[in-house]
Design a protein around this ligand. Structure first.
Ligand SMILES: [Zn+2]
Length: 339
């Protein structure tokens, strides 16, 4: 694990100063009518749905194009923060727009830069569950970083071949090969790289002219893996909460802790303490009983939960104190000033 972290040093997400290359000329791709495999044609995904089999599942024709990050990536109209989502056609190696494209022509931005966790790196909405065949965009209920790679031609160094081809799309955590089944599993460090790799490698070949079948892997049934994944998500969740805390908020929590005697008091200016103590009489602080049941096995630590609850109470207070004293606000003000 330690040398893995050291090996991860070189940055892979290059911001290129050159315009994105036109991957294909308009009209270059031979359009073949799709065999009807469902009852409804989805114009956004160019496939049939509603039937009990999907065209992709049966398609064994190799993709006509493939993305090459080293030569194809570059800036587009999306750069400069105007659009944080990647171009799906770029990932598949067939965007004819080049630098005129409204989507990014490079590897995805880190997860935390995406505005909406319910969408994938291409801006497509995730679903509650997986498709029956584990294809498609995937689920927002589970973080999945592992791809199932089917129809792999097995050789003695299949794992090295998989690494060579999938390394292009992001940092790989581990690779597992099921010899004799023609199947490999590639786990990326981040889900977002797996999303990109899945689109980039669908119907591509490795070294032996096969046509890969790339899907989301089902959950690892190994209990140790489950525990490790839970611990990893817990750390990520706490880091996420930490990143959202402002200095003012941390100060408020500190003051609250002092009042409750959790931490020894500093010598603060008295006028800052006064409004807090006044509020304390009106509203009970988040007590241990409130926090304890959820903190036992939750994703967030007890401190993080307490912080969130306190933030919520601050918000409610701000909302219920309008500048003009009307309605409930007037009553509340009267109550607080009369003693
Ligand atoms: Zn594009």
């Amino acid at each position: 694990m330690a040398d893995e972290a050291q090996a991860a040093a070189p940055p892979k997400k290059l911001v290129r100063r050159r315009p994105a290359r036109q991957q294909v000329k308009p009209g270059q791709i031979e359009k073949k009518p799709l065999e009807q495999t469902g009852s409804v044609y989805n114009i956004f995904y160019h496939k049939w749905a509603g039937g009990d089999k999907y065209d992709e599942y049966n398609a064994k024709e190799k993709s006509q194009t493939r993305c090459v990050i080293a030569t194809d990536a570059g800036y587009t109209r999306a750069d400069g923060g105007r659009n944080n989502y990647c171009c799906l056609y770029f990932a598949r190696g067939c965007c004819p727009l080049g630098s005129e494209c409204e989507f990014l022509h490079r590897l995805p931005l880190p997860q935390h830069k995406l505005p909406d966790a319910s969408r994938d790196c291409f801006g497509r909405e995730k679903h509650a569950g997986y498709r029956d065949d584990m294809g498609g965009v995937g689920s927002f209920t589970r973080q999945n970083r592992t791809l199932y790679i089917g129809r792999v031609t097995m050789t003695r160094n299949t794992d090295e071949i998989l690494e060579k081809h999938f390394n292009e799309w992001g940092e790989i955590e581990r690779i597992k090969v099921l010899q004799g089944r023609g199947v490999g599993f590639v786990t990326f460090v981040t889900e977002i790289d797996a999303q990109f790799a899945k689109e980039a490698m669908m119907h591509q070949s490795l070294d032996n002219d096969e046509v890969l079948n790339v899907r989301w892997a089902t959950e690892d049934p190994n209990p140790t893996a489950k525990v490790m994944e839970h611990a990893r998500l817990k750390v990520l969740g706490e880091e996420g909460v930490q990143a959202k805390l402002t200095p003012e908020f941390i100060e408020s929590v500190r003051q609250l802790d002092e009042l409750e005697g959790v931490v020894p008091p500093r010598s603060p200016p008295p006028e800052e303490i006064e409004p807090v103590s006044k509020r304390m009489r009106l509203e009970p602080p988040p007590t241990a009983e409130l926090i304890a049941p959820a903190a036992k096995d939750g994703l967030l630590s007890m401190n993080a939960l307490a912080s969130l609850k306190y933030a919520a109470s601050l918000k409610t207070q701000a909302a219920s104190k309008p500048p003009t004293t009307t309605g409930l606000g007037a009553i509340a003000d009267y109550g607080s000033d009369s003693d």
